[in-house]
Design a protein around this ligand. Structure first.
Ligand code: SAM
Ligand code: SF4
Ligand code: SF4
Length: 329
């Protein structure tokens, strides 16, 4: 029988998101402040061996899917080999990656060979100037090339994550939706969340929500067709433009409520287990891991993190002290 990790609220936890670095080659306005972030000392970042150990034990407890994130995961040296060990040594079948796409033009084929199953690319605009304004880097052409190379390497569908940023990308929303017409692309619109490095106040006029994004798309393409979501869609509500090959997803952590079906746990770059993205509780696994515990002790620690999962995010959504760059989104 398959092992199961079930939390206090009856939810099965089978998904671990792992941030492997806090470093990034972009400075997205909603993730990193312009003055830069205080980087974590190298010795405080989990080593690959340590991450592999945690994932291996988590798998025996019931974790089936792992997503690698960051910071920008593809800037950490050795990441392809690390993914290869996850799929080949540990035997994880479902390993996915979230990336800003800046290195996919060089790395997509190697990642495919390493056994990576799926790629999410974060891309908030299709216009070069706007891309530079959001990320601080003139990198749109390279990211678009990376998406093409990923298709050619066999990744399909590819998911594009778009954070809704008022004053920046309202006019991109319909163009992103258009991309789904003829390609196996899922474009997912995500509400901006109040994180430590995001200098916007909660509910600021610089955010716009899921309902508004759907309105913009329907104005150009007609009423969207609601689809059944699969486990792979996570918290996204899936929709389709009539006749389109790809799909549109809506992820609304600010205005929506998907906590009752939450199935995830997060491991931060500095080795803390975070039971809930939007609650501040973290459990320091790194210090414990460096005491060389046996597997059963580690299991107990991971189970404790699962049991610490709140039923939902705090009802009054507060600004989180920790930035997305260390938690990994
Ligand atoms: N660097 C990679 C990337 O950008 O895909 C992986 C890490 S990034 C922190 C993971 C995801 O978090 C990205 O899709 C990004 O858009 C999202 N994110 C970061 N800050 C956010 C915020 N304040 N609100 C909503 N999403 C955010
Ligand atoms: Fe880097 Fe991703 Fe944060 Fe942008 S969202 S600064 S790409 S970690
Ligand atoms: Fe899960 Fe917390 Fe996100 Fe709710 S807010 S879906 S409990 S991680």
């Amino acid at each position: 029988m398959q092992p199961n990790l079930i939390d206090h609220h009856g939810r099965t936890i089978d998904y671990l998101r792992v941030s492997i670095t806090d470093l990034c080659n972009f400075r997205c306005i909603y993730c990193r402040p312009p003055q830069g972030v205080k980087l974590i000392p190298h010795s405080d970042i989990l080593r690959y061996e340590e991450i592999l150990k945690i994932i291996s034990v988590s798998k025996t407890l019931g974790i089936k899917k792992v997503r690698i994130t960051g910071g920008e995961p593809l800037v950490r040296r050795g990441v392809v080999d690390f993914i290869s060990r996850l799929t080949h040594e540990i035997g994880l079948e479902d390993v996915a990656l979230t990336t800003n796409g800046s290195k996919l033009d060089e790395m997509a084929p190697g990642l495919r060979d390493a056994g990576l199953k799926r790629i999410n690319v974060s891309l908030d605009t299709l216009r070069r100037d706007c891309f530079s304004a959001i990320t601080g880097v003139d990198g749109l052409v390279k990211v678009m090339k990376g998406i093409e190379t990923s298709f050619e390497a066999g990744f399909s569908p590819i998911k594009i994550n778009v954070v809704l940023l008022k004053g920046f990308n309202e006019i991109d929303v319909a163009e992103f939706a258009r991309l789904t017409l003829n390609r196996a692309l899922d474009v997912r619109f995500i509400e901006r969340m109040p994180f430590g490095n995001d200098t916007e106040p909660i509910n600021s006029p610089n955010s716009f929500g899921a309902v508004e994004a759907i309105g913009i798309i329907e104005k150009s393409f007609g009423t969207l067709i609601p689809l059944e979501s699969s486990a792979l869609d996570g918290p996204a509500r899936m929709l389709r433009i009539k006749g389109a090959q790809g799909r549109i997803g809506i992820i609304d952590p600010v205005t929506g409520h998907f906590c009752p079906t939450c199935n995830r746990l997060r491991l931060t770059a500095r080795g803390s287990l975070r039971p809930c993205l939007l609650s501040p509780l973290e459990i320091d696994l790194r210090s414990f891991l460096r005491t060389d515990p046996d597997d059963s002790q580690l299991e107990a620690f991971i189970k404790a993190a699962v049991m610490a999962k709140p039923a939902s995010r705090y009802s009054n959504l507060q600004r989180m002290e920790t930035g997305m760059n260390t938690i990994g989104g």
